[in-house]
Design a binder for this molecule. Structure first.
Ligand code: MZP
Length: 495
């Protein structure tokens, strides 16, 4: 028996000290892009994401619908593995059918098409913006970009305005009907419009809202391996991997992740070995979860593409109470970051870390990233949103979404928690989380907060943030003082 000298600490036990904010540190210059899979230092990771958020490998969280939305804002979802192989592969295929890009539709207008028809199509598909092309024109002729808000203005104008002007929320530009796509792009930049086309050669491949452009530039660059399809990950387990992995690879999963509450096991190493022997470096598999440097090293040596950190911290998790296993997320992360950095110095290879579970608010995400996490896995956060697959229910006038753990009676994820292949006792609960609206709005707000934190710390990218962040542990007394004297007029909207 050995007792570690330091106390097990959570993420809320730290604060960040601001660093010097310079003029080149602005919301437009902060890049939240991150490596998802291992790579040689100095080289680019084979899979990068523009927003450092991934969804938990859970029934209540990672459906194809959520995966599409999350990929569109630059993150990545892991389709859960607590279902038959064919069903999981079908979920992956459903995501891969979507082309990369922001919520957009292409509308073709003829000489007599009323603008109202374009508006109707936009509303029917709940899209915010449309690229308008004209029927009969040569392929790629670009007439304009219409945002739903503009229809109130356009309605009163002549119909041909759709063909002779480009309108964005911030202004009106007159352009020749035959403007090439790149000319159109330049005009939109020049006139500070709110919507931007992402070009694929001479054609508009997708549209992004300007505020998301930075993310999408990174995402778009990262997402081209030739097909420009949305990215999606998928969970696997160390039991049926010989069937599951080939089916998921065939379905087009971009990255796989071993789904286990305790990843420090020979079974994970054997799974990684199988994938390496079968596919070489062509298939990336993350592993975990771990809470110390020894376990990280074991999985890194076994070839893990990334390693997930966190045991017992999940919002629905009862592992610590049931088995006495776990570690405060901050202590776990700091220990593993040290091992990750030592591994990089020794081998020249960076193995990204994913901080998984128990992040109760956006500041916890900022803290995890500051401590060295490359990206964050979230369950409760995504379960609360429109796009998650769980039922929305009303209780005492308030809306909630159902959220249950993979170790709960309801999920019965025996591959993750199986005690001898079946669930003898539960390690998770089944409950409700307050409904919080659309993923697009929530991720946008979270991105804004992370960006703002990084600006305060004087960092424009996550690598610098890891290097330059200065953290301080806080005393129990200082917690008590935060906002304790103010009676809230209304509950805050933030999670
Ligand atoms: P959270 O974001 O909801 O706090 O935590 C999500 C994480 O909790 C998942 O990614 C997974 O690692 C873990 N999890 C999932 N089910 C259980 C359980 O039933 C669990 N105990 O701990």
């Amino acid at each position: 028996m050995k007792i570690l000298p330091e106390i097990s600490r959570t993420l809320s036990e730290y604060l960040l000290i601001p660093g010097l904010t310079t003029e080149d540190c602005t919301p437009d210059t902060v890049d939240l892009g991150t490596a998802l899979v291992r790579h040689r230092i100095g080289e680019e990771s084979g899979v990068r994401i523009a927003t450092p958020l991934v969804s938990a490998i859970m029934q209540a969280v990672s459906s194809p619908e959520l995966a599409v939305a999350l990929a569109q804002v630059g993150g990545l979802a892991f389709i859960h593995q607590n279902q038959p192989v064919e069903e999981q592969a079908a979920d992956v295929r459903a995501v891969k059918r979507h082309k990369a890009g922001f919520r957009t539709i292409e509308v073709t207008v003829g000489p007599d098409t009323p603008l109202g028809e374009v508006a109707r199509q936009l509303s029917a598909t709940e899209q915010g913006v449309a690229v308008v092309t004209r029927s009969g024109d040569t392929e790629g002729a670009f007439l304009g970009i219409i945002s739903l808000d503009d229809f109130h203005l356009e309605r009163h104008g002549a119909h041909e305005s759709a063909g002779s002007r480009m309108r964005g929320r911030a202004g009106l530009v007159t352009a020749p009907v035959t403007a090439s796509l790149s000319e159109a792009n330049e005009l939109i930049w020049e006139h500070h419009l709110d919507v931007l086309p992402v070009l694929d050669g001479d054609r508009v491949a997708s549209l992004v809202l300007k505020r998301d452009y930075q993310a999408h530039k990174t995402y778009h660059r990262a997402s081209v391996d030739g097909e420009k399809r949305l990215r999606v990950g998928a969970g696997i387990n160390s039991r049926d991997f010989k069937d599951r992995v080939p089916a998921l690879v065939e379905a087009g999963a971009d990255v796989l992740c071993l789904d286990s509450s305790d990843g420090y096991s020979v079974y994970q190493a054997k799974t990684l070995e199988f994938v390496r022997e079968t596919y070489g470096d062509a298939v990336s598999v993350g592993a975990g979860n771990v809470v110390d440097g020894r376990a990280f090293r074991y999985l890194a040596d076994a070839g893990a593409a990334f390693v997930k950190v966190g045991i017992g911290g999940g919002a629905i998790c009862t592992t610590r109470a049931q088995k006495g296993i776990g570690r405060g997320q901050a202590s776990a992360l700091l220990d593993v970051v040290e091992a990750r950095d030592a591994y990089a110095r020794e081998t020249g290879v960076h193995v990204p870390l994913c901080c998984d579970g128990g992040l109760l608010n956006d500041s916890h995400m900022a803290m995890a990233l500051a401590m060295g996490a490359d990206f964050i896995m979230l369950g409760r956060y995504f379960a609360r949103l429109d796009e998650s697959p769980s039922p929305k229910v009303q209780i005492d006038g308030q809306w909630y979404k159902e959220y249950w753990g993979e170790g709960s009676q309801r999920a019965q994820n025996a591959a993750r928690y199986g005690q001898g292949g079946r669930m003898v006792f539960e390690e998770g609960v089944d409950g409700f989380v307050p409904y919080a609206g659309s993923l697009y709005d929530n991720v946008e707000r979270t991105r804004a907060k992370l960006t703002s934190t990084m600006i305060s710390c004087g960092s424009t990218n996550l690598r610098d943030f890891h290097r330059d962040a200065v953290l301080v542990p806080v005393s129990a007394e200082s917690f008590k003082q935060t906002g304790a004297e103010v009676q809230l007029r209304r509950p805050t909207a933030d999670h």
